[in-house]
Structure formats: structure tokens, C-alpha cells
Design a binder for this molecule. Structure first.
Ligand SMILES: [Zn+2]
Length: 415
């Protein structure tokens, strides 16, 4: 035991010295030292509401004073925007499509009698135009700015503004579209030569383009149906032909004949004069001559809304003839929801028919379709016909609905 005493003491002493050296080295501050400064400007205070004081210290005495903001007690409710998929939309029911097909003129056409049974409560005059009022508060995006022709072949001619302000109803009434005879098969109305925009009496009606007032008042072309009318002959034409717009059923006329007028100028107020069942503006586009028979679908002349386009087309029967009063439905390609429907133009061959567009030669138009992909559907000879279309902003998408196009490709398995 004793013989081992000294080395043991020596080892213990060395261990103590080594441990102390390690402790001392770790306790030394690094050279050079990185100095960590504890901020002193953001001194927490005991008053939890004194954030103004803390911030004023932080921004300095020359900083802009912070505004005092009233914090609302009610939670914010974002506005609900109208979309194509949340109003009056129902899944498509193919059986609802009409199977009635009439042929266009060139043959015998039975004239449709005028409706005379309805009488306007406001005017006591028999009604030929019925209006289902839509709330004018219904939100709509602003229209594009005319003139627009974005079609790569220059076929579009959206040269007119909408005649009613964006915050009013400046969409065409869908129950009485251009070229149709109204919703009731039994008591058809006069074939519509314009589009109707139902609005409260007094809503401002505006010039669709620059031009000269050529009519201002009642008695337009010896017809009592129109009520108070303003008509403009525009400074610009189309393919060398003059262009006219007409605004009917006004409660007040704000211009005089011969007056120069600019796009957007107030020209009258919405009313219910003439043969109507409710206040609206009847908007017509005439090309060439200023006659009832020279009217064309305003939806192909009036700018669409921002983010919207137009679908135009033809429903054509097996022998190549256009089919009249045929229901055409537009369905959202992705959701399968019906977006809009219309009917093909009716021709009575009585010398005062409506016209297909000089460019498009269509027999139906669906206006203000949101940009997107759709299926256009009709029924020809009892067969459902679908075509897929893509709608672009400010453009017309044209589609022919026939039984034979596109030509079906026989598969190899077909024997
Ligand atoms: Zn009308």
C-alpha cells in the first residue's frame, strides 16, 4: 500500500489541475467578445393598453402620429357577388327541351296573331310586351368600352354602349328575347325587334354612341306601341350603311330633334309609355334604312360586360333550313348548370321580320355569358344536339347546331 502512495497522490493532483484549467478556459470571455446589447427602447410597461407609448418610443418623436382607428364591434360581412352559378339555375332537364320545329320562310308560314287580351294597368292600352321586373340592385360588372372588335377576322362590331347605367338593369330581358314572341305559346306577342331592360321609372337612359337626334317624342313612325321615343342616327356606320339606335317607352325625353349627342349623354328617362305592362327601355338597332324591318339583334352591337362574351349561332334542320322558335340552352361545361336559354328567331314572312346579323347570319344569340367553357344544347327532330364552346371576353363565339356536324368517325369495331 505505502509503496503505491506517492504515484496516487501525484495522479490526483494532476487531475485537479487539469480540471481547473478546463473550467478556467471555458469561463474566459472570448477575445474579441461579441457584445449582445439588450434593447432598452421596447420597455414593457405594466399597462397593457399603453401600446401607443411603446410605438411612439420606437418611431421617435418626429414620427407621424398614429391615427386612432375605431374598431368595429360587428364582424365584417363580405358582399356576395353575383355569379353565373347561383341565381335561378337548375340542373339541365333534357326532356324540357321543345321538340317543336318550324321551318323558316320560303314556304307557307302561318302568321302569328297579336296578343290583345292583356291590358296595361298603367296605361289601359293592350299589352304586347310584358316585363318581369328584376331587382335593379342586382350587381353587374361594368361594360367594356366601345367600339370593340376583338374577333381575329373582324366580324364583331360591338360599337354601341349600353343604354342604361351599370348599376341599373342593363341586361336584356330573357323572357322576351330579340326575334321571339314571348314566353307563352298560346298567346304569342308581337315578334320582338329589340331587347328590353326593365328598370324603375326615372332611370336615366343614355346615348349608345355619338350622333344626331332624329326623333324625340311620341308617335314614332305612326306607331302608338313605342310610347315616347328617342332615336339617334350615329356619326359612324357599318360597311357603308347608316346605323340607328332607338329607345322606347320613355317617361321623359331630355333631348330635341336635331340635337348633337355624345356617347353616354342622358337622352331620356325609363318609363312605361306605349304598349307595355311595366317600365323598361326597349332598345333597337337598325342598319341600312330606318325601318321596322331593318332591325338587328342589339346583343351583337352592344358591348358585353367586362369578363363576358356572346354566343351566337344557328339551329339548322336536316335539310339545311333554319329552325324557328327552337329552344337553345347554354350549360356550364364543368358544373352542368344551365346558364341561360333563348329561342331561335321567328319569321312570319310578312315583310317586317327581324334579321340575322350582316356578318353572322345567326338565328339565336345569348348575351353576357361569363368567360368559360359551355355546352350549347338544342333538339333537332327529337334528337338532342350538343356542341362545346369556349367564350372569350368581348367576343362572339359562333356555333352551328346541326344533326350532321361534326361528322362522326366510325370506330374500327363498328361492323
Ligand atoms: Zn321591347
Amino acid at each position: 500500500m505505502r509503496r503505491d502512495g506517492f504515484p496516487t497522490i501525484l495522479l490526483v493532483a494532476l487531475a485537479i489541475v487539469g480540471f481547473s484549467a478546463v473550467v478556467w478556459l471555458n469561463a474566459r470571455p472570448d477575445q474579441p467578445a461579441s457584445i449582445i446589447v439588450i434593447p432598452t427602447m421596447f420597455v414593457p410597461t405594466e399597462d397593457p393598453n399603453s401600446w401607443q407609448t411603446v410605438l411612439s418610443v420606437g418611431f421617435g418623436s418626429n414620427s407621424t402620429p398614429l391615427p386612432t382607428v375605431a374598431i368595429p364591434t360587428a364582424s365584417f360581412v363580405p358582399p356576395t357577388l353575383l355569379s353565373s352559378s347561383d341565381t335561378n339555375l337548375t340542373p339541365i332537364a333534357p326532356l324540357q327541351l321543345t321538340t317543336i320545329a318550324q321551318t323558316l320562310p320560303n314556304g307557307v308560314v302561318t302568321p302569328t296573331p297579336l296578343a290583345g287580351t292583356l291590358v296595361s294597368q298603367a296605361t289601359g292600352i293592350p299589352v304586347t310586351e310584358q316585363v318581369v321586373t328584376r331587382p335593379p340592385s342586382q350587381w353587374r360588372p361594368p361594360p367594356l368600352i366601345p367600339p370593340i372588335s376583338r374577333d381575329p377576322y373582324g366580324r364583331d362590331h360591338f360599337v354601341f354602349a349600353r343604354p342604361v347605367d351599370s348599376n341599373a338593369t342593363n341586361a336584356a330581358l330573357l323572357s322576351y328575347t330579340f326575334g321571339s314572341d314571348g314566353p307563352q305559346q298560346e298567346s304569342p306577342w308581337r315578334v320582338h325587334h329589340g331587347i328590353d331592360m326593365p328598370n324603375p321609372i326615372g332611370q336615366t337612359v343614355r346615348a349608345a354612341g355619338v350622333g344626331t337626334i332624329i326623333w324625340a317624342g311620341p308617335g314614332f313612325q305612326d306607331s302608338p306601341s313605342y310610347g315616347n321615343v328617342v332615336q339617334i342616327q350615329h356619326d359612324f356606320g357599318y360597311n357603308g350603311e347608316p346605323l340607328y339606335t332607338l329607345y322606347a317607352h320613355l317617361s321623359a325625353v331630355l333631348v330635341t330633334q336635331g340635337q348633337r349627342i355624345n356617347l353616354g349623354d342622358p337622352i331620356g328617362l325609363v318609363g312605361n309609355t306605349g304598349r307595355v305592362s311595366g317600365p323598361h327601355v326597349h332598345f333597337e338597332v337598325r342598319v341600312g334604312e330606318n325601318r321596322y324591318r331593318d332591325t338587328y339583334n342589339p346583343l351583337l352591337w352592344m358591348v358585353p360586360y367586362v369578363g363576358h362574351g356572346v354566343i351566337a349561332g344557328r339551329v339548322i334542320g336536316p335539310t339545311g333550313q333554319g329552325l324557328q322558335d327552337q329552344t337553345v340552352t347554354v350549360m356550364d361545361y364543368n358544373t352542368g348548370l344551365v346558364v341561360q336559354s333563348t329561342t331561335t328567331y321567328i319569321y312570319l314572312d310578312n315583310g317586317s321580320d327581324v334579321n340575322g346579323d350582316p356578318q353572322w347570319k345567326e338565328n339565336f344569340v345569348l348575351g353576357d355569358i361569363p368567360v368559360g367553357r359551355y355546352t350549347v344544347i338544342t333538339n333537332i327532330d327529337g334528337q338532342r344536339v350538343n356542341r362545346r364552346v369556349d367564350v372569350s371576353e368581348g367576343m362572339t363565339t359562333f356555333v352551328d347546331l346541326t344533326l350532321t356536324e361534326p361528322t362522326p368517325t366510325a370506330s374500327p369495331t363498328d361492323a
